[in-house]
Design a protein around this ligand. Structure first.
Ligand SMILES: Cc1ncc(COP(=O)(O)O)c(C=O)c1O
Length: 316
């Protein structure tokens, strides 16, 4: 996990252990062949300062189980088990700040590429403060000449470690060329997503995002925004459809979103300024709505916020 101190208690294969002991074995196919899937989950301090709640935790764990099934693993722990373990982990660490959790399910042992087990589960967490400057000033992106890995090769729909090699290649190129990050097109030349986030544009009061068959991860933040975008009062329509590269340049706003990214304006693409070259009103309204949701200041649909039990509750 990038940056920050990892909290001292980790979770490995059903037990709470010293975080330093949570290591993947070198000979595991989860390392050598990237036979590994994962989740990134955020916890937010409540708007009343009371405690921390994890956002859409159970749905992240359901996606993790779906990803592990596609990977062909046996004995995948249930979403309920991993949900409970994660809440317990955050409670045991006494977390009282915004945080980030990484849950990894991988092929352990020292078998061959097509082994189905043993299945390993590792969970670690660390503090993750928001980045107000990035949320306001936004990012400059390069449309990459690397193409998105296709569903019939290495399916982007699941959160597989293997997919991030594609994102890494695009991200490295973007940084070498002086941009913050990349936007990746499908083989058909339609916009897919960024290396670690989904994308939407605003054109003529329409909010447009690529559909889930366009080489993207089935993102929970995307789902949250699609359900909320109609409520902010600035949009005539919310549409899922393919996006051409040149529509990016013609958009009045472009934004990236994901659990880690949150909702960030894109203010430039390939040296074109997007809209007025600064965060636009739709992006700002969606950010405000999202942060109110994740901190419990607006009512979230049932099950979206999982409050972390107190340390006392978990250890009795
Ligand atoms: C490639 C990619 N796309 C999209 C997302 C957004 O997914 P989610 O909103 O479920 O975090 C992520 C992760 O955050 C990602 O790694």
């Amino acid at each position: 996990m990038a940056g920050g101190t990892i909290y001292p208690v980790g979770y490995l294969d059903g037990a709470f252990v010293d975080a330093a002991e949570v290591r993947l074995p070198l000979l595991a196919p989860g390392v050598t062949y990237a036979a590994s899937v994962f989740e990134g989950i955020r916890g937010y301090l409540s708007h009343e300062g009371g405690g921390v709640a994890l956002f859409r935790l159970h749905e992240h764990m359901e996606r993790l189980v779906r990803s592990a099934r596609v990977l062909g693993l046996d004995e995948i722990p249930s979403a309920e088990e991993m949900t409970a373990a994660t809440l317990d982990l955050i409670a045991r660490n006494g977390v009282a700040e915004d945080c980030y959790i990484r849950a990894q399910v991988y092929l352990g042992g020292d078998g061959e590429m097509t082994a189905r087990g043993p299945t390993g589960v590792a969970i670690l967490a660390r503090p993750r403060p928001q980045l107000p400057d990035r949320l306001e000033r936004g990012l400059r992106c390069q449309v990459s000449n690397w193409r998105r890995n296709a569903d019939n090769a290495s399916p982007p729909r699941i959160k597989a470690a293997a997919n991030y090699f594609n994102g890494r290649l695009a991200g490295l190129q973007a940084k070498a060329d002086g941009y913050d990050t990349a936007l990746i097109l499908t083989e058909a030349g339609k916009v897919a997503e960024a290396p670690g986030a989904c994308l939407a544009i605003v054109r003529d009061d329409q909010f447009i995002t690529p559909s889930v068959t366009e080489g993207i991860l089935e993102s929970l933040t995307r789902d949250t925004i699609l359900r909320r975008a109609g409520r902010i009062g600035l949009l005539a329509d919310v549409v899922e459809r393919p996006i051409d590269r040149t529509e990016l340049y013609a958009a009045s706003e472009v934004m990236l979103f994901g659990t880690g990214m949150e909702i960030v304006p894109v203010v430039g693409i390939d040296r074109f300024e997007i809209g007025a070259g600064r965060r636009g009103p739709v992006t700002k309204a969606l950010q405000d709505d999202y942060f109110a949701l994740v901190r419990g200041a607006t009512d979230a649909p049932g099950g979206w916020l999982s409050p972390v039990p107190s340390q006392k509750e978990t250890q009795t």
